[in-house]
Design a protein around this ligand. Structure first.
Ligand code: GLN
Length: 455
């Protein structure tokens, strides 16, 4: 714990942490030492972890990286973090993220943008790169060894995309595998928590600790959690891996295609059968996601009214108080999502947009079900359409440019399936690239087995 605290101090220029909690960390580490002295040894005993600032931590400021929650100190602890502490882990601090987890570069945070520890090689290129988003503080901290692992959340790709851009491992579990209780809500039917870790084994150990049934979240499924660590390194001989032809999108960089082909070859060499499959509704996933996610977000964010908690900007009456508080508290991207969300949910447009998007969601889910029914065990795709890009380089003129980062990851959230991003190589500028594996519902084990062959 002391070594990590020292590394965090040196690594402050990366803006990975928005709050360091050294006193809490040392107290937890001491308690851990005492347990070990008594012969008690939890599965994550003494392991120092970072926590995305979307997870409520009792007595420790939790902001969702929004000005509207800048001084919010929860009185309760999220189920995910309390499970980690139950198993002996130590909290180092709170990690940066996009405001309310909306973004793919961590540039919408109300705190300074975190920096990817990777740099483009050669030709004096010192452009600071984004660590991906929304879990950019988590990915930057894990990649720079400012924690042994980190919690993260994924609504449309926010665990897998930052993991891919920093050469780390991230898994979004099946919807319902992990409790959402005590996590600041973005889009409740899509949100899932998962780990970002240095390798597949660490991710397996972390997920095992915090997954599982929880009476406080009715969407959390009552199913025993398998021993994920046992799945790591298991043979994948005779497994069938699907390659979805619709993911070969126009304008895909040659190096991403090459990485994907090489990944398929590695799995083939390990004894898997590689088959081409079709997921015909893939092209609707991104537009449908950008209706469903803002719709749910606009409803979830209605609670930030300046009355119940968080920022309050006084007004002459209650309506002016709401308006002033929300105008001052929410950043530009969050306001954009609220406007899209309230529009698609409004009486005149509900059927044309929201209902249509939900219908498409069913078709997307059905595509996957058919692939798995035909005997496919897991699906291999790239994690992202590009390697890490420069801070300020994307999305400022056209937000859709940023939304395209999620083209390979949102389908998985729309279908509620598990997906893992695993580092698979470097691009021609020396930056990490990731491959994604998508599994059957509640079959994270297969993902751990197949990912450990690639890493
Ligand atoms: N980039 C996507 C968005 O902005 C996904 C974010 C996430 O998974 N939290 O909505």
């Amino acid at each position: 714990t002391r070594a990590y605290l020292a590394a965090m101090e040196k690594g402050r220029g990366l803006n990975a942490y928005v709050l360091e909690t050294p006193d809490k960390a040392l107290a937890m580490a001491e308690a851990s030492d005492a347990r070990i002295a008594r012969g008690e040894f939890g599965p994550l005993e003494g392991i120092p972890l970072g926590v995305k600032d979307l997870f409520c931590t009792a007595g420790t400021r939790t902001t969702a990286c929004s000005n509207i929650l800048r001084n919010f100190v929860p009185t309760y602890e999220s189920t995910v973090t309390s499970n980690l502490w139950r198993d002996g882990a130590v909290m180092l601090g709170k990690l940066n993220n996009d405001e309310f987890a909306m973004g793919s570069s961590n540039e919408t945070s109300c705190f300074p943008t975190p920096v990817n520890p990777w740099r483009r090689q050669g030709a004096n290129d010192t452009t600071p790169l984004v660590p991906g988003g929304s879990s950019g503080g988590s990915s930057a901290a894990v990649a720079a060894m400012l924690c042994a692992g980190a919690t993260a959340t994924d609504t449309g790709g926010s665990i897998r995309q930052p993991a891919a851009l920093t050469g780390t491992v991230g898994i979004k579990p099946t919807y319902g595998r992990v409790s959402r209780w005590g996590i600041v809500a973005f889009a409740s039917s899509l949100d899932q928590a998962g780990p970002i870790a240095r390798d597949v084994m660490d991710a397996a150990l972390m997920l095992r600790s915090f997954a599982g049934p929880d009476a406080k979240d009715t969407t959390c499924v009552d199913r025993a959690v398998p021993d994920y660590a046992a799945a790591v390194g298991k043979s994948i001989k005779d497994m069938t891996i699907g390659i979805p032809r619709e993911y070969r999108i126009d304008g895909m960089p040659a190096e991403i295609q090459k990485l994907w082909d090489e990944g398929a070859q590695i799995l083939k060499d390990a004894g898997a059968n590689i088959v081409e499959i079709s997921l015909p509704h893939t092209k609707y996933a991104l537009p449908a996601y950008y209706i469903v996610a803002p719709a749910e977000a606009s409803s979830n964010l209605a609670r930030y009214d300046g009355v119940r908690y968080g920022l309050r900007e006084p007004g002459k009456d209650i309506v002016e108080l709401y308006e002033k508080t929300r105008a001052a508290g929410f950043g530009k991207e969050v306001r954009r999502r609220i406007m899209i969300g309230t529009y698609v949910l409004s009486a005149g447009y509900y059927d044309a947009y929201y209902v249509r998007a939900q219908q498409l969601r069913t078709l997307i889910k059905h595509d996957f079900e058919q692939a798995y029914a035909s005997g496919v065990d897991a699906i291999l795709t790239p994690s992202t359409p590009s390697a890490a890009f420069g801070i300020g380089e994307k999305g400022s003129a056209d937000p859709v440019e940023m939304y395209l980062q999620d083209v390979f990851t949102v389908t998985v959230n729309m279908a509620g399936l598990p997906g893992i991003a695993v580092p698979a190589g470097l691009d021609n500028q020396g930056l990490p690239l990731g491959l994604q594996l998508i599994g059957r519902a509640f079959d994270e084990e297969t993902l751990f087995s197949v990912a450990s062959v690639i890493e």
